[in-house]
Design a protein around this ligand. Structure first.
Ligand SMILES: [Zn+2]
Length: 436
């Protein structure tokens, strides 16, 4: 695949990844089209050497894995994990509000949102809806992506905020971030409209809808920007860029003949990973052990195998910003298109250890894949990733890595095109030891 095709494929994945559910769905569909077979965690498995498998966990976590053709008990695991959620807004129950003749929506903030970047944009809604069923313990679950722009969070006119000068408005999450869905003056609607809209979209009666997990998303497409189109401006680069790289890595599967390789998408990274679908879940060690048992090995073999395993926590990094250059470390200043970042923090908010880094550097050097080091300025609090959380649950050598971004957690983010490609190449090399 050439660079143009790879960029186009990444943009396609971004456009499909409108909720954590849809990120997982797109990942599953692409790998199913590449020969991965779906398994259910509740079933007994008969795994084959040379097999390619995918396991969904509660809709927003997914584990794709391959078993080497010459797999042996001591081979262990090569794991790479990204997250499919993104900062934004979740729609509350009983969401309809009416104010001054407008229909507005009651939402809560999800994750660390750059609030002002969501203003004045056409927005849509995606996620999952639970419907009545004949079997009370198994409601009918439907994914929904409204696709159309159906709401806007409007800014105040600057004229009404003169006291703030050029600083702009201070935004209250409850008061100022409610999206406007319509004007009653034209529609004549009286409220309680959002669930009716959902029901119409799904072709069911409103009474059938029991509950939902819905987020607001930016439906704008990504685009190439820059004098040589070397940058990408797009919503949800955090962390779809990493999901894409892992997916491309898994697609290179047939080359390998040893080990188990696993490409993971977790949920809830933006709110701390502490959930059944998040990196703090015990599902990963359970799943890895189940793979060993299904291949005819014992628990003791699995416990030995994890000692020689490796985990890549793949998530975006802070690229050095030309307009905020004082905010960065003096000697580790990653730039866009300078290669993906290896992230380090002594307090283990990034889980990197020097053994894992040494492995990754040798892999990149052998394949001429560029990389940079990313460390926070000592007086700046750092963000965290799922790496340290997952490595506490599964104690294996771990590295935190990902492409550098500008405007992280804005409604659109900015990345370097070359970095996305080099991260995808790195994932192929990591999983299947391909010398490119
Ligand atoms: Zn992230």
């Amino acid at each position: 695949m050439n660079k143009t095709e790879m960029t186009r494929n990444m943009m396609n994945l971004l456009e499909k990844s409108t909720s954590a559910f849809h990120t997982v769905k797109a990942y599953e569909e692409e790998l199913a089209a590449n020969g991965f077979q779906k398994l259910e965690l509740r079933d007994k498995w008969n795994l084959e050497r040379g097999g390619k498998y995918i396991v969904n966990h509660h809709g927003t976590a997914v584990f794709a894995f391959t078993v080497g053709k010459d797999f042996a008990a001591e081979d262990g695991f090569r794991l790479a994990a990204a997250h499919g959620d993104f900062p934004g807004f979740r729609i509350k129950p009983n969401p309809d509000m009416k104010s001054e003749g407008y229909l507005i929506l009651n939402t809560e903030v999800y994750g660390g949102v750059n609030l002002s970047s969501w203003m004045d944009r056409p927005l849509s809604v995606a996620g999952r809806v639970a419907l009545k069923s004949d079997d009370i313990f198994h409601p009918t679950m439907h994914l929904i992506d409204c696709e159309d722009p159906i709401m806007v969070i409007p800014n105040s006119a600057i004229h009404l905020l003169r006291e703030l000068g050029e600083k702009g408005a201070e935004l209250n999450k409850q008061v100022h971030m409610a999206p406007v869905m319509g004007s009653c003056a034209v529609s004549g609607k009286e409220g309680a409209e959002f669930v009716q809209y959902l029901a119409d979209k799904l072709g069911v009666a409103k009474e059938e809808i029991l509950e939902y997990e819905l987020n607001i998303y930016n439906p704008e497409k990504g685009c190439e920007v820059g004098l040589s189109k070397e940058l990408i401006s797009a919503p949800r680069l955090d962390d779809v860029s990493s999901v894409f790289a892992i997916m491309e890595g898994m697609k290179a599967a047939e080359v390998n003949s040893r080990g188990v390789q696993m490409g993971i998408v977790f949920d809830h990274e933006e709110i701390g990973s502490n959930s059944k679908q998040g990196a703090a879940s015990t599902v990963l060690p359970t799943l890895l052990e189940k793979i060993y048992l299904s291949l005819g090995y014992e628990r003791a073999d699995y416990l030995s195998a994890i000692q020689d395993s490796l985990l890549c926590s793949v998530d975006v990094a802070q690229g050095v910003h030309p307009n905020y250059k004082e905010k960065y470390d003096p000697t580790n200043r990653p730039i866009l298109n300078g290669g993906f970042c290896i992230k380090e923090a002594s307090k283990q908010s990034y889980a990197t250890d020097s053994e894992a880094v040494a492995i990754m550097q040798q892999l990149c050097d052998a394949n001429k894949i560029p990389y940079q080091k990313c460390v926070n300025r000592s007086d700046m609090p750092s963000g965290g990733t799922l790496g340290s959380i997952a490595s506490a649950v599964l104690p294996v050598r771990t590295i935190d890595m990902g492409i550098p971004l500008l405007s992280m957690h804005s409604s659109r983010e900015l990345a370097g095109k070359e970095d996305i490609i080099s991260l995808a190449e790195c994932m192929k090399a990591f999983f299947y030891c391909i010398i490119l």
